[in-house]
Design a protein around this ligand. Structure first.
Ligand code: TRP
Length: 336
């Protein structure tokens, strides 16, 4: 069976965008792949994290995985730092990847901003660690969003250069898994910005831990325009001319697992107040079970820690023999 690896950073609140854009697909992929889902705490510390918050966020992401329906007996759920093979392979990849390749990474440029000199070395080498995450399991497929495609290309380049340099076929060339059902969810305050945990306004996003009242309030206050719901006709506008209106349609379609066209056929031409009521109802019913389970798990950190520990054990059992193979190929004398 083909193997999936994907990672989510434990930095702050998980929101509807994370759920509809990634985690819900992780759940679905379990039927067709062996899946490894990692809370990437090593990646998180490429920018400073308050230790207590890092620990809380790590448990929160693991809880969200479980609450959303990832079966921790079938799939593997663990946090990255607890399987040392990731960091060990990342070092080797630091020596395979070229400065020129990393210099092209757009995410580093965005995250480092103007003050490049002050960015951590870890932030720069981030993509090499991501390549190690994937290749230490010889994963064949990685579900990723648009923003991670360049990193996945780099992973392929690293695998290829390693295989060439050492005249081996050890690493597979991973394929991105473009998820047909993955939704691109934008901010409720600005339809041109992605829904994000770093947006200063909590009204820009629906968090997975929001209560039904929170959700209702946020949807009621979500930005729209004075026109009725787009009806598919030219007069109804386009996602470019009415990004907020189309974002709410996208959210409804994703939550209901319907095509946009179906949503537009049902609600096109109605007032936004009516559509927002229906959307609230749908969001609340869809998120209620996840929300409830997350609250239950938040009250049971030991249970979450056991899931992570058991997952780390199973992950290490796959990664260690592959790392040993890499070490032999590189020429490291192994202790017995
Ligand atoms: N860089 C990814 C993100 O920020 C997280 C990540 C780390 C990842 N390692 C990975 C994703 C390996 C896929 C595969 O979203």
């Amino acid at each position: 069976m083909n193997r999936i690896f994907s990672g989510v950073q434990p930095t702050g609140n998980l929101h509807l965008g994370n759920y509809l854009g990634a985690i819900r697909n992780f759940v679905r992929l379990q039927d067709r792949y062996d899946c490894i889902y990692c809370v990437v705490d090593l990646h998180a510390i490429t920018v400073f994290q308050e230790p207590a918050e890092l620990a809380a966020s790590t448990r929160e992401v693991a809880a969200a995985f479980v609450a959303a329906g990832i079966d921790h007996r079938r799939s593997i759920i663990f946090n990255q730092s607890q399987v040392p093979a990731h960091a060990e392979l990342a070092w080797i990849f630091n020596c395979v990847a070229r400065l020129g390749w990393l210099n092209r990474m757009t995410q580093f440029k965005e995250k480092a901003g103007k003050n490049r000199e002050n960015a951590s070395v870890g932030l720069y080498a981030y993509p090499n660690l991501m390549a190690a995450d994937i290749l230490v399991y010889k994963a064949t497929h990685v579900p990723v969003g648009e923003d991670q495609k360049q990193h996945l290309e780099l992973t392929r380049d690293i695998a290829q250069k390693f295989n060439n340099d050492f005249k081996t076929e050890l690493f597979p060339l991973v394929e991105p898994l473009i998820m047909g059902t993955a939704a691109r969810i934008m901010s409720l305050r600005d339809g041109r910005q992605k829904m994000s945990k770093s947006d200063p306004s909590d009204y820009s996003r629906i968090n997975l831990t929001d209560t039904p009242d929170d959700i209702a309030q946020k949807i009621r206050r979500a930005k729209t325009d004075p026109e009725p719901v787009p009806d598919g006709s030219p007069a109804g506008g386009t996602p470019e001319s009415r990004p907020e209106a189309f974002n709410l349609i996208e959210i409804y379609a994703a939550l209901a697992d319907l095509d946009h066209a179906r949503v537009i056929a049902t609600f096109g031409g109605s007032q936004f107040s009516t559509f927002k009521e229906a959307l609230t109802e749908l969001a609340v019913t869809t998120l209620r079970p996840i929300n409830g389970e997350m609250r239950r798990l938040r009250a049971a950190p030991d249970h979450v820690d056991r899931i992570l520990a058991e997952g780390a054990g199973r992950a290490a059992a796959i990664a260690e023999p592959i790392l040993a193979e890499v070490q032999r190929v590189v020429g490291f004398v192994r202790r017995r």
